[in-house]
Design a protein around this ligand. Sequence first.
Ligand SMILES: C[S@@+](CC[C@H](N)C(=O)[O-])C[C@H]1O[C@@H](n2cnc3c(N)ncnc32)[C@H](O)[C@@H]1O
Length: 209
Amino acid sequence: MYLVSEERLEKMKNILNTRQNTLRVFMDYVFSSHNLSAIVRTCDAVNVGKLYYRHQRKVRLNNDITMGAHKWIFHEYVEDIEEFYKNIKKEGYQVVVTLLDEETVDFREVDYTKPTLIVLGNEVDGASDISIKYADKKVIIPMYGMSQSLNVSVANAVILYEAQRQRAAKGMYDTPSLPEDVIEKTLKKWAYDDIIEKELRRVRHKPKN
Ligand SMILES: C[S@@+](CC[C@H](N)C(=O)[O-])C[C@H]1O[C@@H](n2cnc3c(N)ncnc32)[C@H](O)[C@@H]1O
């Protein structure tokens, strides 16, 4: 049983059926609340499979920027970075690190229809040494102006939309890539458990007369 309208349920199903399970993003010490929030929103728009993150201090997302997108994205905090990279490689992912140095290739040269983890670096220091160590590809977005780098959330959008272009051309948005049980479990959470929880919170916080 679901507690949302038919229309909302269809929208939820559509998100899960088009989710790109094998396209993932890792925010490697991205620290600005504004940037994190903008990245979340683009990841939602492209419908990435999962967003990983780690930070040096806790950051609050800005709801005015995410517009609630964070509620729909699968996300996971990375505790042990070595373990994380070893596991994701074992699962067959190519690690694509966005970087500003000479040993990089143009981001359009990568095949993003393969299982791919895109790594975004810190606003000041760029990608960490450990991410660089595990990189299968180091990519750059060519720039011709005075500034030395793009804003990290802009870099994310540019790369994800190239990935989306390639995947759409291959029909990867036309067939579900999430396992059926994950789709069912998530629908139950979004369209039932979360609604109940929200209602309980509302009742608990209702001022007593
Ligand atoms: C502001 S930049 C970091 C600048 C840092 N001083 C450096 O040298 O790496 C933040 C992040 O945005 C991404 N980025 C920004 N501009 C980029 C570009 N032109 N090509 C690839 N990635 C870029 C990378 O993930 C980078 O780590």
